[in-house]
Write a new protein. Structure first.
Length: 462
């Protein structure tokens, strides 16, 4: 499929803006990051119906085939585990690319490509060359989860699509059904995730199917002794053997959660406790590590805790090399001009630009309750801030150091209005109550527009 960088496209580049971009560009053929930030409102101005379109197409696809929800969620997972959430999984083979679709985890298994194509086509008609396929994958995964009864979360947007694929990364980095517990955990840790994320994200197996070939060894020869896995309920194993023979039937499908196969809930964990988990990679969560076993029991008891952690862990995915480096020449070719964050090697320059180029800037963390309060106050004023989520950025710690130099504070949130530092959540609420915030917002709005003679005549005469 044809993919475009996920940034607002423009027909021409203002000469002065081009000079400012070139001033930051290195005079070499090296690669350069532009921006480096993600936030949920990324397309509010450039493609305001993007999220609506994604949700509509996904809803139609899932209504037609409930299994598609799990397929889209899995597709996003397999994308993120290779080179970051960059849509490399969507690329077909070419003269310079060997598609990740050919890898062992994806071959004859990965599905949902036609749904992503349909979403991309619909969005291109609405706002051409604007929304990246990487963002479409992330949104489709979230919407698939919600449509099947699972939790929702804000999806930070602004990813760029990869220009290459890695079949070796797909083969080696994606956890496999027969991996040991330690191997799976190591693969998660290499992506900045921990054992809590591992157990929570494994809960996505509450929907979807698996092929016979993915768990056959558990039915016939788990430990090389010619016997079934002793940790698998033997009556359940006998049922599985009727459709998963020793040979043949490799592609026969089995639901991962036999109780509520198309509902996103915590029965996955309840099934594990009953020794009825389908995959070895599921079973090891209960039998090979006490911490993971305790988490399985907790999520089996409390669906709300599972949902809460699943959403948090999905948010953590967006830290995985989410904004892909692309050559400066490619950006100019497509006319990509991020108006609010220009290319810069300097974290300090980024912070200054964010503060002074936006009406309201909030330096935040995605799961900070005080940050949510500050955003809520601004929402009540119908204001849309420019948000920098520090926990979703590689340079988040450095940004906090810059903020410390500017404000004397390292804590978040840090709110700036028209370049003036307001402070944290309590400070912004106090500024609203005193009317100071409204005055600051009003001052900016008066830099453009007209006024009638009658509105200021008294200043001239009386």
């Amino acid at each position: 499929m044809s993919k475009e960088p996920g940034t607002t496209m423009v027909n021409s580049i203002n000469f002065l803006l081009l000079l400012s971009l070139l001033a930051f560009a290195p005079f070499c053929h090296c690669k350069k990051k532009i921006g480096g930030y993600l936030y949920p409102q990324f397309y509010d101005g450039s493609c305001p119906r993007a999220l609506e379109i994604v949700k509509s197409v996904v809803a139609k696809a899932v209504a037609k085939e409930p299994r598609m929800a799990a397929s889209l969620l899995r597709l996003h997972f397999h994308d993120c585990f290779v080179k970051g959430c960059d849509a490399s999984v969507l690329l077909d083979s070419s003269g310079t690319i060997i598609s990740e679709k050919r890898s062992n985890p994806n071959r004859n298994s990965a599905r949902g490509f036609e749904v992503i194509d349909e979403i991309k086509s619909a969005i291109e008609k609405e706002c051409p060359h604007t929304v990246s396929c990487a963002d479409i994958l992330a949104l489709a995964a979230r919407d698939s989860t919600v449509l099947t009864g699972g939790p929702s979360w804000e999806v930070p947007l602004g990813r760029r699509d990869s220009l290459g694929a890695s079949i070796s990364g797909s083969n080696n980095n994606i956890p496999a059904p027969n991996n040991t517990f330690q191997t799976i955990l190591t693969k998660f840790k290499l992506k900045g995730l921990d054992i809590v994320d591992l157990v929570a994200l494994s809960g996505s197996h509450t929907i979807g199917d698996s092929r016979c070939t993915s768990f056959r060894q558990r039915l016939y020869n788990q430990t090389g002794n010619g016997k079934a896995d002793f940790t698998l309920d033997q009556k359940f194993a006998a049922q599985l053997r009727t459709r998963c023979p020793r040979s043949g039937g490799d592609q026969n499908l089995f639901v991962l959660d036999f109780v509520t196969p198309i509902k996103f809930d915590n029965y996955y964990y309840k099934n594990l406790l009953a020794n009825k988990g389908l995959l070895s990679s599921d079973e090891v969560l209960l039998t090979k590590n006490q911490v993971s076993a305790d988490l399985v029991k907790k999520y089996a008891e409390r669906n709300d805790l599972f949902f809460e952690q699943f959403a948090k862990s999905m948010m953590m995915r967006f830290r995985w090399n989410a904004v892909v480096t692309v050559t400066f020449a490619v950006l100019l070719l497509f006319g990509v001009v991020p108006l609010q964050v220009q290319a810069s090697n300097s974290v300090s320059a980024f912070v200054q630009n964010a503060i002074y180029s936006n009406k309201i800037t909030v330096f935040s963390k995605s799961y900070c309750p005080y940050c949510l309060r500050a955003k809520r106050v601004l929402a009540e004023l119908n204001e849309q801030p420019f948000v920098v989520e520090l926990d979703l950025r590689d340079d988040g710690y450095q940004i906090q150091n810059v903020l410390l130099d500017l404000t004397g504070r390292r804590t978040v949130p840090q709110v700036f209005v028209n370049g003036k530092h307001i402070g944290g959540s309590d400070d912004i609420r106090a500024a609203v109550q005193s009317g100071e915030l409204q005055k600051l917002l009003s001052a900016r709005s008066h830099t453009i527009g007209d006024s009638r003679c009658t509105s200021f005549r008294q200043r001239l005469y009386n």
